[in-house]
Design a protein around this ligand. Sequence first.
Ligand SMILES: Cc1cc2nc3c(=O)[nH]c(=O)nc-3n(C[C@H](O)[C@H](O)[C@H](O)COP(=O)(O)O)c2cc1C
Length: 148
Amino acid sequence: MASVLLVVGSVYGNSSSVAEECAELLRSAGHEADIVSNASVNDLVVRPDAVVLACTSTTGQGELPDNIYPLVNELRETFPLMPERRYGVIALGDSSYETFADAGKQVDELFQELQAKRIGEVLFIDACETADPEGTAIEWLRDWMKAL
Ligand SMILES: Cc1cc2nc3c(=O)[nH]c(=O)nc-3n(C[C@H](O)[C@H](O)[C@H](O)COP(=O)(O)O)c2cc1C
């Protein structure tokens, strides 16, 4: 069974709620799942075996929410290569913005640069297409979890 660290970037609570539902499903499947808002690099360092599942919305004009920005900034500054780390990304956004889901894309790009190994594809959840982000995430997670 895997240990999953859900790192959340949320302004209005949608991504937090998605992360909570995902954590519940992971736990019911026998995995360990912890949610961290306002994560720091140390939260990753102390859990070297944890699979990181970043769950973030985009705010402003393609910006990272305040509660995930410090982690991303610290990773960019310290650039700790993590070839053993596995991760996934759930990117919430709204396609009426030109910068659709940019924060999730930034997180994915950064983990790629740090040589982490992504499990599956990034899940994009478009507020223009679904009013049920949790349901969309759960459907995706059922498949994603198989690779844990
Ligand atoms: C002020 C504001 C700015 C936003 N900017 C973007 C954006 O640049 N790109 C995008 O894809 N979505 C953008 N969104 C949409 C949010 O990412 C989307 O509504 C998401 O579900 C919010 O999740 P949260 O509640 O976890 O923050 C914006 C929403 C608001 C209210």
